[in-house]
Design a protein around this ligand. Structure first.
Ligand SMILES: *Cc1c(COP(=O)(O)O)cnc(C)c1O
Length: 349
């Protein structure tokens, strides 16, 4: 039996329709702007989020870090939530590539609001370069897939534009935010100057992300992508899968959200596990295993032996993620396996 892989939605494999589209893709040299399939993907992405233009990039990390580089200059402060991907999981590139400082804000749920952001804003002076950019992560990965409430986003947008500060949204899972809030993607995107989203995660494409923004912003971003070695030649074979992902995969997101609720609700009843199902808004679940007396390695090792893959991200803190390659039956199997480990933790160590 194959494993139930709940480590991340990045593990999703291309569907049959994606593979067919990849096989038949019309391609050209994208560094010359001549790959018709990449061009079609970029047009479609821009249209979906309601921006003027888009750029196909190899990863979400590259999309975010290109955005930081285009919005800022060295010495600028970038305001972000303290557990955000741009600061914790992108190899220090804020400092390393753009020469920026992270001005982090602690939150209980990953969601910044304008008063918290305002407390970190600094105008340039004789002593410091000042704020160059605000970044928002939607949904917030480390906070357990939290989506920004629309009124919070609208206030941030209004106040930041009045203050002349650009906003970049790390929307790796922004399709999940839109599904959870039942709003159009473009309503969310309208509150940021630039937005990155991943097609390689919950949308199931094999590779890639889209960076979106104004025509001028994307023109600049294209040069930075080339500088980073992200100019991919006949990338239409990848973009073809992305086009299918954009059309077909969003429809699968509500089921992934329902599966995540099911998992959280089921796990909440198990001995040694602590999780609040109300915290689960989208497809990411964090739960605490301190009560089992097991280390992360012992816990995930025991799960792995029984065919369930989960990720330990901090001591006692386990993450599981639902996606289109696992169904309700897989989730039921995962609950059984986890229940078994919780009932007899001594066997696991
Ligand atoms: C996955 C992810 C990214 C980008 O990751 P890549 O692996 O570089 O594609 C960016 N932000 C968040 C919140 C993510 O979860």
């Amino acid at each position: 039996m194959t494993s139930v892989d709940l480590r991340s939605d990045t593990v999703t494999r291309p569907t049959e329709a994606m593979r067919q589209a990849m096989y038949g893709a019309d391609v050209g040299d994208d560094v010359f702007g001549e790959d018709p399939t990449v061009n079609a993907l970029e047009r479609r992405a821009a249209e979906l989020v309601g921006k003027e233009a888009a750029l196909f990039v190899p990863s979400g990390t590259m999309g975010n870090q290109i955005a930081v580089a285009v919005h800022t200059s060295p010495g600028h402060e970038v305001i972000c939530e303290e557990h955000s991907h741009v600061v914790l999981y992108e190899m220090g590139m804020l400092a390393r590539f753009s020469g920026c400082l992270a001005r982090t804000v602690a939150t209980s749920n990953g969601i910044l609001d304008w008063p918290a952001i305002r407390s970190r804003v600094r105008a340039a002076s004789n002593h410091f370069r000042g704020t160059g950019l605000i970044t928002l992560e939607n949904t917030h990965n480390y906070a357990g897939g939290r989506a920004y409430p629309m009124e919070t986003l609208r206030r941030i947008q209004a106040e930041s534009s009045a203050a002349g500060l650009p906003v970049h949204m790390d929307g790796a899972r922004v399709f999940h935010a839109a599904a959870a809030l039942r709003v159009e993607l473009r309503e969310i995107a309208a509150n940021a100057d630039s937005l990155t989203f991943c097609i390689s995660k919950g949308l199931g494409a094999p590779v890639g992300s889209l960076l979106t923004g104004s025509r001028d912003f994307i023109k600049e971003a294209r040069l930075v992508r080339k500088a980073l070695g992200g100019g991919m030649r006949q990338a239409g074979v990848l973009a073809a899968a992305g086009l299918v992902a954009l059309e077909q995969s969003p429809a699968n997101i509500p089921a992934a959200h329902a599966d995540a609720k099911f998992l959280a609700t089921s796990l909440a009843g198990l001995p040694g596990i602590s999780v609040n199902p109300d915290d689960v808004e989208t497809n990411i679940i964090f739960f605490d295993i301190s009560g089992t007396g097991l280390t992360n390695a012992e816990f995930t090792g025991a799960l792995r032996k029984a065919g369930v893959l989960a990720l330990g991200l901090a001591p006692g803190r386990i993450r599981i993620v639902t996606h289109q390659d696992v169904d309700r039956a897989c989730c039921e199997r995962a609950v059984e396996v986890i229940a078994g480990v919780c009932a007899a933790p001594a066997n696991a160590s």
